[in-house]
Design a protein around this ligand. Structure first.
Ligand code: TRP
Length: 345
């Protein structure tokens, strides 16, 4: 069997450049290579509700925004099946059965969940649904028999847990129904996790330190100018460690960017060397970063504006959801048969 690609994002706001370099770019490349039988792209609204139960309007609005972001970066409904997680009833049903295969301690050990719990400020305690979301993510992936999962690097623990569930299920029920998956990560490690413009480890809507794919030129310029940098005299040596401007450059520039916007240098190594020696002000480097990012985001922003006027995003999602439901239903039947709960068949 050929490849089945599946991935998704929580609709908690518009997508930002961290999503873009962390995974969206790789998804577009995979779509264009076309080496797959099916490519499913899920808007994970049910997962978003695990820590936003009291904010349904935000989630509902964000579904459309995320879909526009997908179209804007070049993902194409002719090649990709877009769907909404909560509209696939097989997913919570599979989750229910998989929950029996995962211990309480195992879910609590998931490092991504642990970090999220420590940063999310769950006032009244952590919802069970939140703790359990890695198990429901295993349902998302296995329902479609997906083997390739283009995601950000923070999702690796979810995929590890999914593989464990797949192995347990296939062993216990003596079947090969479920398929093992692997992550497809960006080639360039600088893209793994972009810090926020404030220097925070993570770019995150709730912290307000993001550059969005939909930001206009002026906003991008302002955000880049406000990136934290180390105060120094221009002739003093520049510091590269934890320097957000250079982390972004690492993720975005190519040698062509230099030809076009900074011809004094041929590539990023040369610029870094010169910066370390001193004599290059942060203002100049920020200007370069703006030129590079703006060049990459301008066509995305323009397409987004166009799609916002012309595309019927709910129709795209509805058609995709119908197709996705068929695929997930058929896996669910196999799962129930393997579990001997197919009483009336
Ligand atoms: N956890 C992912 C995120 O936070 C979203 C997601 C839900 C997902 N289900 C998935 C990603 C299945 C890949 C595969 O962005």
């Amino acid at each position: 069997m050929g490849n089945i690609i599946l991935t998704g994002d929580r609709p908690t706001g518009k997508l930002h450049i961290g999503h873009y370099v962390g995974s969206l770019k790789a998804r577009v490349a995979m779509q264009n290579q076309g080496d797959y039988d099916n490519f499913f792209l899920m808007i994970a609204d049910a997962q978003a509700l695990t820590d936003n139960a009291d904010n349904p309007d935000k989630i509902r609005e964000s579904v459309k925004e995320v879909m526009l972001d997908y179209l804007a970066v070049g993902l194409d409904p002719k090649k990709v099946t877009f769907f909404i997680q909560s509209m696939i009833p097989a997913l919570p049903e599979l989750t229910m059965y998989y929950m029996n295969l995962v211990s309480y301690n195992r879910v609590l050990r998931n490092p991504t969940v642990k970090t999220e719990i420590s940063t999310k400020n769950f006032g009244k305690g952590v919802p069970i649904g939140f703790i359990n979301y890695p198990v429901s993510q295993a349902a998302d992936i296995t329902a479609f028999k997906a083997n390739l999962i283009p995601v950000g690097e923070d999702q690796e623990p979810m995929l590890e847990q999914t593989r464990e569930i797949v192995r347990s299920f296939n062993r216990i029920y003596k079947t090969d129904t479920l398929v093992e998956c692997k992550a497809v990560l960006p080639e360039n490690e600088a893209c793994f996790r972009l810090p926020g413009t404030d220097g925070n480890e993570k770019m995150s809507k709730s912290i307000g330190n993001c550059i969005y794919l939909s930001d206009d030129e002026k906003t991008i310029k302002k955000k880049i100018n406000n990136i934290v940098s180390f105060p120094r005299e221009i002739n003093e040596p520049g510091i590269l460690e934890n320097n957000v401007i250079f982390t972004y450059l690492d993720a975005f520039v190519t040698d062509d960017s230099f030809k076009e916007f900074y011809p004094e240098f041929q590539n990023l190594d040369e610029l870094k060397d010169a910066y370390k020696k001193g004599g290059i002000g942060d203002g100049r480097v920020k200007k370069f970063l703006f030129d590079v990012i703006n060049k990459e985001l301008t066509p995305i922003r323009e397409r987004r504006e166009e799609f916002a006027k012309t595309a019927d995003v709910m129709k795209i999602l509805k058609e995709g959801t119908i197709a996705a439901n068929k695929a997930a239903e058929s896996t669910l039947l196999e799962v129930k048969k393997a579990m001997k709960i197919d009483y009336f068949d």
